[in-house]
Design a protein around this ligand. Structure first.
Ligand SMILES: NC(=O)C1=CN([C@@H]2O[C@H](COP(=O)(O)OP(=O)(O)OC[C@H]3O[C@@H](n4cnc5c(N)ncnc54)[C@H](OP(=O)(O)O)[C@@H]3O)[C@@H](O)[C@H]2O)[C@H](O)CC1
Ligand SMILES: [K+]
Length: 512
């Protein structure tokens, strides 16, 4: 699914209004009706107290139109107009008149008014600001937002939490609505997925308001949300008349004394994701444990017992993952530099591989084009430098990717795979996956996918999705706390099955 900017959404509105020959008011009516249907199907007429806080723009207009539907269906509503500007939108005014025609009189909240009481059992509809927010709210509006946040009521935000800009950080974090649920029109917003701004969004859902599909289809976006349909289209089925040679020979290079387990996890994941053959290259100390733990694995060893000093691979691998548990000893750095000089296939570089690149910048020039780097936040910082916020982090990552023609996987709750000016936002995974070795598993999966012929970018996007799915399946039986990296590996097969199972009719509808 594409993630549009606010400017693109406004364009889509205009285009739709022209093409479908409807008025902007009719589009607002569609939006309000969709929210009403969502609420009505859940509340079924329950007599809870619904307090609607509406701004004076089109987000507020959506809220006012929704109030009319709620009243017409017998709900118990109180409408508050947050009077933050004299410049009321045309469709807001139109809907305000319609409400008054039905003898509903909103309470106007101005700078010097007391705020209404909100009890924890109320439902708050947040329609103060939408994607039109272009400056910090005045302090009294910010205080109203604080008042709503302090209420413990369920807060349903229309389109986006009020006070959250769609393309930058809010200037005062406490002046943003902490939403229980966001109903976002047509497309999700990028801010739902970034660590610093996603905290305002507990849950979200997209409501289809019928914006023109050809416009949405043809407009290019910088970000994509990666769900099942996107990943399914990348899947490369196994062929009936095939043999292990077709699915590639992966090599996993890493490990040092006390960190051989990292290579074990990576190699296991690489095998489980479907690589035809896997060979690990480790220091001598890793030989026995690897051979014992993974009978399917072939093992090459360095002459040195506790760290890598030479990276020689006596055949041409189909894909290669390097860096996990490898350490950054001088001899290892030297070996890594010499190895990079010889390599021409794209690599997957993780952990100490990235740390060595950050220490020895000149080695970055030797990294084969289209390689995949999988840094955790600290490692990313070593690569691209400090950032002031998530937006700058993304920009700097894009520049790095462009400059070095590499793919960067920014790991997090919503891992974002960046290639040049595009970002692919993942939707699987859970907090249980923040555990030792989880990244090693991901590196093995991406390597194993590249060995099977997936392009570097597709291997990264597909691997991140499947890794998250395997973690979700693991956590569904172990819970978050007890999920271990080996539990993620164990569920890679089930993740494939989940991905490939025929979707239910409800999912089919959602995905179309
Ligand atoms: N396709 C869709 O998704 C549809 C969305 N709809 C809804 O429309 C809003 C966007 O509405 P818009 O009127 O453009 O913007 P807002 O309601 O968010 O804001 C209203 C105006 O407020 C001014 N503004 C901005 N920031 C502040 C501030 N901090 N303090 C005071 N005033 C502020 C600004 O106007 P200015 O001229 O003063 O700059 C805004 O324009 C969208 O989110 C959806 O909810 C449609 O209903 C249907 C289609
Ligand atoms: K809102």
């Amino acid at each position: 699914m594409k993630i549009f900017t606010a400017a693109q959404i406004y364009e889509a509105d205009k285009f739709t209004i022209d093409k479908q020959q409807i008025t902007s008011d009719e589009l607002m009516e569609r939006a309000a009706t969709k929210i009403f249907e969502w609420m009505h199907s859940r509340l079924q007429g329950a007599q809870v107290n619904i307090q609607l806080f509406c701004g004076i723009g089109n987000n507020g207009g959506d809220g006012i139109a929704l109030a009319r539907h709620l009243v017409e269906h017998g709900y118990n509503v109180q409408v508050h107009v947050v009077n933050y500007s004299e410049k009321r939108s045309k469709d807001f005014l139109l809907n305000l008149e319609r409400l008054k025609d039905r003898k509903i009189w909103p309470q106007f909240i101005n700078q010097d008014c007391n705020f209404p009481d909100i009890t924890p059992n109320d439902i708050v509809v947040d329609a103060i600001f939408g994607i039109g927010l272009n400056r910090p709210p005045d302090s009294w509006v910010g205080n109203l937002i604080k008042h709503i946040n302090a209420s413990s009521a369920f807060v349903l935000s229309v389109d986006i939490p009020s006070g959250l800009p769609s393309d930058r950080m809010p200037s005062a974090p406490e002046h943003v609505i902490a939403s229980s649920y966001v109903l976002s029109f047509q497309v999700p917003k990028l801010v739902f997925f970034l660590p610093e701004t996603g905290i305002y969004v507990n849950q979200w859902e997209v409501l289809d308001i019928g914006l023109d599909t050809s416009f949405l289809g043809e407009t290019d976006t910088d970000y994509h949300l990666i769900g099942r349909p996107e990943v399914l289209s990348m899947y490369r089925p196994r062929l009936k008349f095939s043999h292990k040679g077709i699915y590639g020979h992966s090599v996993i290079v890493g490990g040092s004394y006390g960190k051989i387990g990292a290579v074990q996890l990576t190699s296991n994941a690489c095998l489980s994701v479907g690589s035809g053959l896997v060979t690990a290259l480790v220091p001598e100390c890793g030989y026995q444990s690897l051979q014992t733990a993974i009978p399917e694995l072939m093992v090459l060893t360095d002459d040195e017992d506790d760290s890598l000093t030479k990276i020689d691979i006596p055949f041409d691998p189909s894909a290669l993952g390097v860096g996990m548990g490898m350490g950054t000893k001088d001899e290892t750095i030297k070996a890594f530099g010499a190895f990079l000089k010889k390599m021409s296939i794209p690599l997957v570089i993780d952990a100490d591989g990235i740390n060595i690149l950050a220490k020895k910048w000149e080695l970055m020039e030797r990294v084969p084009k289209q390689s995949v780097l999988t840094p955790h936040p600290k490692e990313l910082q070593r690569l691209i430098g400090e950032w002031k916020d998530d937006f700058e982090k993304l920009e700097k990552t894009k520049q790095f990717s462009e400059k070095h023609d590499c793919i960067l996987v920014i790991k997090g709750a919503h891992t974002i795979t960046v290639y040049k000016d595009k970002g692919y936002v993942n939707t699987t995974g859970n907090p249980g996956m923040a555990t030792a070795g989880s990244g090693d598993v991901l590196t093995g999966m991406i390597t194993g996918l590249m060995a099977q012929g997936y392009s570097s970018l597709n291997a990264a996007i597909f691997g991140v999705y499947l890794h998250g799915m395997a973690g979700d399946i693991g956590a569904s039986t172990s819970g978050y706390e007890a999920l271990k990296a080996s539990g993620i590996v164990e569920n890679i097969g089930k993740a494939y099955l989940e991905l490939l199972r025929p979707p239910s009719s409800a999912e089919n509808k959602e995905e179309n």
